[in-house]
Design a binder for this molecule. Structure first.
Ligand SMILES: [Zn+2]
Length: 614
């Protein structure tokens, strides 16, 4: 018998979450280990289908459409060219270049041209398959099906001969094929996956290996030590569940990174420092699939504890992993990394990984604070990413150095060009979750969701200018009245004036920051709910050891100082920041004049600073 969310929260999850919060409040972030998590009950939430949620006009819909159009328009011969070349087949079409096309210039780590030919092909197919599931656009489905059949004729073990990262690229290929099957209804994709799996198996290690283990083995060059066999289980488990065959479950189990990662994390030991950031967050999704498919409580504990360690060493933006690696808590490592480097957060990949693991953990635990992190990542990182250009020039790192700039990555078609279209296609399913008794609104974004509740067909339209303002309205269309629970995420930072109105009257629903406001009533056609989130300004230190390196944050939005130069700000200056008219920009008055403050998406070419020394 599944415990209710309330009982579950009482049972310790809420305590663990608030322990993190309390340490943050006390400025001890990163100074200690998270409280261990208890075993979980049955999943609290389910994911909606892609077609159930439609984004309405806003920056998220813009990004989704941009990525959809770009990948729909890409030349198919160019996309297939590396596979044809490495299989010794005729390979017409232009080279895409950058990481994507084989090149004799490849000389890691100095020259990354030709690094991982064809690596993102599967992610582009995945992004298009999900975009088809969202839109029902036939040309998108047809393109996916042509790519699957074009790819099928190239499959050979020869592709991986002399290939630095076979697991890395195959994992994305796997994802593309299972998404082509599941979302683009390609009838051949699982057969192609079986063939592609036969082709890669001789090149995979006997078990998941981390970088240290790979470095201890013979390797022709350093890039061979960067393969990510530990991310394979998630898509192997999904392949198994989608009908690819029993061997995919066994392969998933074989590549669980238990020895060096999950066993320790399950015991609440922080083994993240030194590990590659995005891929090790992505690996938590493998642990979650192991829990969901094989029922392994150990792997659930590993994912929860591990993600808590990530949250504890996150920036005020929600991003993490400067120079793509995790650091030792309670040291100067993060501050030093920010001083030296401009590669502060691997944005599209990091945001994609963060959304994915947060959705898994939210589904299983029901905890709303995972959504707070998605909220921050959305408005402070990915919505400020520059669009991928048709020639493959892409955004990669967000910069939190004291003299920061927004720049594109030096190589075309990097990893981040693969995760970006997947993430934007997932915006809708990330915004709402299906609960046992109704629906939970996770993200406040202009959108419309349609579902069946009991005997009623319900559609709910969400209108909002959040996070510029704290107000969001939800209006219901129903073909008959029905009782259900409408849960609204109340972020941990919400102030005391947060309120919910139902049909114009203040509701007495319990509002507790860091939980869900749950409205349980019989809903009828035309009902309207208004949420007003109180978004006070607050100061967030870099970490426990650096209480004087402060970011100004309002609601989910970190405010960056624009061209601050040497002007000094105090805590009082920052907390007295004022909005410029009705715009989304703010300004801080200092003894040396005004400093303009902007959100990350509003920054274009200016020099900016996230952390102010006070
Ligand atoms: Zn990336």
């Amino acid at each position: 018998m599944a415990k209710s969310r309330r009982e579950f929260l009482k049972g310790g999850a809420a305590l663990a979450a608030s322990a993190v919060t309390m340490r943050r409040a006390r400025g001890l972030v990163g100074a200690g280990a998270a409280a261990p998590h208890p075993a979980a009950a049955a999943p609290e939430f389910k994911q909606f289908e892609y077609a159930d949620v439609q984004l309405l006009d806003g920056p998220m819909l813009d990004q989704f459409r941009q990525n959809h159009a770009l990948f729909l328009g890409l030349n198919e011969d160019s996309l297939l060219k590396p596979f044809r070349q490495l299989a010794g087949m005729p390979a017409p079409g232009e080279d895409m270049g950058g990481w994507y096309s084989p090149s004799s210039k490849f000389d890691p780590p100095k020259n990354m041209t030709g690094y991982v030919p064809g690596h993102t092909f599967g992610q582009y197919m995945s992004g298009l398959s999900r975009a088809y599931a969202v839109t029902g656009d036939k040309p998108t489905q047809q393109k996916v099906q042509r790519l699957v059949s074009g790819f099928a004729s190239t499959v050979t073990p020869k592709f991986y001969d002399g290939y630095c990262l076979p697991a890395y690229t195959f994992d994305k290929t796997n994802c593309g094929l299972i998404d082509a099957h599941q979302f683009a209804k390609d009838p051949t994709a699982l057969a192609v996956l079986n063939k592609a799996t036969d082709a890669v198996l001789p090149w995979l290690p006997e078990k998941a290996l981390d970088r240290r283990e790979m470095a201890a083995r013979p390797h022709p060059n350093v890039a061979y030590t960067w393969d990510e066999s530990y991310t394979l289980p998630e898509n192997f488990y999904l392949a198994y569940q989608r009908g690819a065959g029993a061997r995919f479950r066994q392969l998933a189990q074989r590549f669980l990174q238990d020895d060096t990662y999950f066993n320790a994390l399950a015991e609440n030991q922080n083994v993240l420092p030194g590990q590659h950031a995005y891929s090790h967050v992505n690996a938590f999704c493998s642990a979650m699939q192991c829990y969901l498919v094989d029922g392994s409580e150990k792997h659930l504990r590993a994912a929860r504890n591990g993600f808590d360690f990530v949250r504890e060493q996150s920036f005020a933006t929600g991003g993490w992993g400067p120079d793509e690696s995790f650091r030792h808590p309670g040291t100067d490592e993060i501050a030093n990394a920010l001083a030296k480097s401009h590669n502060s957060f691997e944005t599209p990949c990091g945001a994609y990984g963060h959304f994915k693991i947060a959705r898994y953990l939210m589904r299983v635990t029901g905890e709303s604070t995972y959504g707070d992190g998605m909220d921050a990542i959305l408005y402070n990182t990915i919505l400020g990413a520059r669009p991928i250009r048709p020639d493959g020039v892409s955004f990669y790192y967000a910069d939190y150095n004291r003299d920061a700039k927004k720049v594109d990555y030096e190589q075309k078609w990097p990893c981040c060009s693969g995760t970006f279209p997947q993430l934007t296609a997932d915006y809708g399913i990330s915004s709402y979750l299906r609960s046992q008794k109704g629906i939970a609104v996770n993200l406040y974004v202009p959108s419309k969701i349609t579902w069946r509740q009991g005997h009623a067909h319900v559609s709910m339209t969400q209108e909002t200018r959040y996070p510029d303002v704290g107000e969001t309205s939800l209006s219901l269309k129903m073909d008959r009245s029905e009782r259900f629970l409408l849960s609204l995420r109340v972020p941990e930072w919400s102030g005391p004036d947060t309120a919910v109105m139902v049909n114009g009257k203040k509701s007495d629903v319990k509002i507790e920051p860091g939980t869900w406001a749950e409205i349980d009533r019989t809903w009828k056609d035309g009902d309207r709910v208004e949420l007003s989130l109180d978004m006070p300004l607050r100061l967030v230190p870099l970490d426990g050891g650096h209480p004087n390196l402060i970011a100004l944050v309002r609601g989910p939005v970190a405010l960056f100082a624009i061209e601050p130069g040497e002007r000094k700000m105090t805590r009082e200056n920052l907390l007295a920041a004022e909005r410029v008219g009705t715009s989304a920009d703010w300004q801080v008055k200092t003894d040396q004049g005004m400093v303009s403050m902007k959100s990350y998406p509003a920054i274009t070419t200016e020099t900016y600073r996230l952390y102010q020394e006070v």
